[in-house]
Design a protein around this ligand. Structure first.
Ligand code: AHM
Ligand code: MG
Length: 325
């Protein structure tokens, strides 16, 4: 009956769907904790300009020297609060925190490391543009003395990754390494409901998504690709909120790029909090994600807040970009 938009025949909640796929429940509990944080953040986003504590600067800067928004700080706290309730979480590393936080060592039962950009695109919150929470789950592979280092693993080792997009609807996109599933928060039921399993992105589409205002600062290969796009009837879409730009690219195809610029020679986006989780999702949906010539998921992080160039999207379009490098 979904044709009428009234009732779906099968209501599968996130919990039910994860239960059917994972036996020991540990990873499921971590993902449910992230989803719970997402519900709380979605609620706060919806109250922008109604409540005083949502819009505006928090008065501090994060480790990247960027002004933190009140909602950046609040989202980070909400994710942490939900993860603290989950006995399997060893480490929480966030774009908003200088250091990784050890919640439990391996000998205390800490099995997983959660890495997150709790509110990507937050500079857009005052104009009601879509923002989102990006997350990645890794095994805690470190002995007790070095637990905080467990975040420093290449994206190929992710156990799960995804994002929650706070847009005109609240969408959770998740991969556990065997395809990508999409859920939408039903505001009445208060649950994420499965709307699409094994999502595959279009193999090709002539759309590019890049901040073209930096054209003079791009390396020649980026300008060469843009010349190709201008000469071949491409469309251009750029929201300036990665989570929203990647979501559109996932569903409609094309390519999203944040390449190196003169000001940001390694690009702006962070490998652990933004690049790796999005690359995992895109690859699992049949797309390609690179940091230039190299596969993004194979980049080995040396530092928590390391940046990376990001080029991801439909296979044919990423290959087109790469042909100019
Ligand atoms: P944030 O994590 O502080 O929100 O910054 C990352 C955001 C991405 O969402 C987006 O792709 C990018 O910054 C936009 O940057 P620019 O304004 O340079 O195009
Ligand atoms: Mg971000």
């Amino acid at each position: 009956m979904s044709e009428t938009g009234v009732v779906r025949e099968n209501l599968t909640t996130l919990r039910k769907h994860l239960r059917a796929r994972e036996e020991d429940g540990g990873l499921r509990r971590v993902l449910e904790a992230v989803a719970l944080a997402g519900k709380s953040i979605a609620h706060k986003v919806r109250r922008a300009r109604i409540d005083d504590d949502v819009i505006g600067q928090a008065g501090a800067q994060n480790t990247h020297g960027e002004d933190q928004q009140k909602l950046d700080v609040m989202s980070d706290e909400l994710v942490l609060q939900c993860l603290r309730e989950c006995p399997e979480v060893a480490v929480y590393a966030s774009e908003e925190r200088d250091e990784a936080l050890v919640l439990k060592t391996a000998s205390e039962g800490g099995r997983f490391c959660v890495v997150s950009d709790p509110l990507d695109g937050s500079s857009n919150i005052d104009v009601a543009v879509s923002v989102g929470t990006i997350f990645s789950v890794l095994d805690n592979d470190q002995p007790d003395a070095d637990t905080e280092k467990s975040a420093l693993q290449p994206g190929t080792r992710q156990r799960a990754a995804g994002y929650i997009l706070y847009g005109s609807s609240v969408v959770l996109v998740l991969t556990l390494g065997d395809g990508v599933d999409m859920y939408v928060l039903d505001p009445v039921v208060g649950e994420f409901l499965l709307v699409q399993e094994r999502l595959q992105m279009p193999a090709e589409r002539k759309i590019y998504s890049i901040n073209e205002a930096y054209a003079d600062d791009f390396e020649p290969w980026v300008r060469a690709y843009l010349d190709h796009a201008h000469a071949n009837g491409y469309g251009s879409r750029y929201i300036g909120s990665m989570v929203a730009d990647v979501h559109r690219t996932l569903l409609k195809g094309g390519v999203f790029l944040y390449p190196p610029t003169a000001k940001a020679p390694a690009g702006k986006l962070r490998l652990l909090y933004e690049g790796s989780p999005m690359a995992f999702v895109v690859e699992q949906a049949g797309g390609v994600a690179t940091a230039g010539k190299e596969r993004l998921l194979e980049q080995v992080p040396e530092k928590l807040h390391q940046r990376t160039p990001v080029i991801l999207g439909s296979r044919a379009e990423v290959e087109q970009v790469q042909s100019h490098i």
